[in-house]
Design a protein around this ligand. Sequence first.
Ligand code: PMP
Length: 362
Amino acid sequence: MRVINFNPGPAGLPTAALERARDELLDFQGTGMSIIEHSHRGKAFEAVHNETLALVKELLAVPDTHEILFLQGGASQQFAQVPMNFLPQGGSADYVVTGGWSEKAVDEARYYGTPRIAANTVDKDKRFTRIPTQAELQLDPKAAYVHMTSNNTLFGTQWHTFPEVGQVPLVADMSSDILWKPIDVSRFALIYAGAQKNIGPSGIVLVLVEKSFLAKGRKDIPKIFRYTTYAENNSLYNTPPTFSIYLCRNVLAWIKGVGGLKQVEAWNREKGELLYAAIDRNAGFYRAPVEKASRSYMNVVFRLPDEKLEEAFVAEGARAGMVGLKGHRITGGIRVSLYNAVTVDHVKTLVSFMDDFAKRNG
Ligand code: PMP
């Protein structure tokens, strides 16, 4: 029996995508071997690879101005690869710091140039409970780019309106909310997202990059780290993680099959609203630290009256078939990740558990 999986990433995948992998595992489309055993240069894998890229293009309505790339090294490698490619010597880039992952991105940029902090929403307790307002952003019109984190996986905040940054290229780490709803890709010079939440398994990073931005990339860095290398080789410069790409194909095909990102967004909004309503109606027991306007639909964080009750909540939840409820070690408390594979029914099960737990322990 499959559990209800609220893990923050790697996260649950749609059962249909896993069943398809199971059914095709030993004999991929009559070839007598699994897709993992095919050459990455062969026809069978090439078709899967191109189908995956085409599904990304279709689902996210990626305009022809942008390349779609698959890279390795995780989103953490992107923290370094973005400045490595796009921070010219002596140049500076603006960073909007809204959580632990944005801080890591800034740290990596320091190896290549000067990251300016355009805003930092950390509070006196070192917590991040909100997204900055447009007025708070101190942007440098000469910046090589502005870097932001669209959803803060640890702290449970999310941008609901993307910032206006003038003519400066906007770069976003969308690891934990890509594909949660349709977005206007044309607003971004570069988007990167580790796959292991909404796209598929770990081992692959999706990058959407504007061709005109790509042309500005530095050429004095090793080929393997240049985005142009992947763009020029259909993301098959060297051997990619073929099984990860194959599984992303299954997940993306599932999204398309259920009605695309409009349907996924409707489910995600319903899930988030159900869960926040449960927190708010038990406000004397559950406490959400995030400002309402900055609440994330992907990672919902909250506290109970004390740590003992939080431990009991996680343990009882697990006994009721729900895993992944424990908050990040930095933040403590409870974190519920509501990525696309989590269903409205899963959240209804959680919410009735929460009401009952509050009644028994409040
Ligand atoms: N950015 C965000 C927003 C994340 O949530 C994570 C990891 N969960 C990362 C970056 C780092 O990803 P990776 O482990 O793939 O390097």
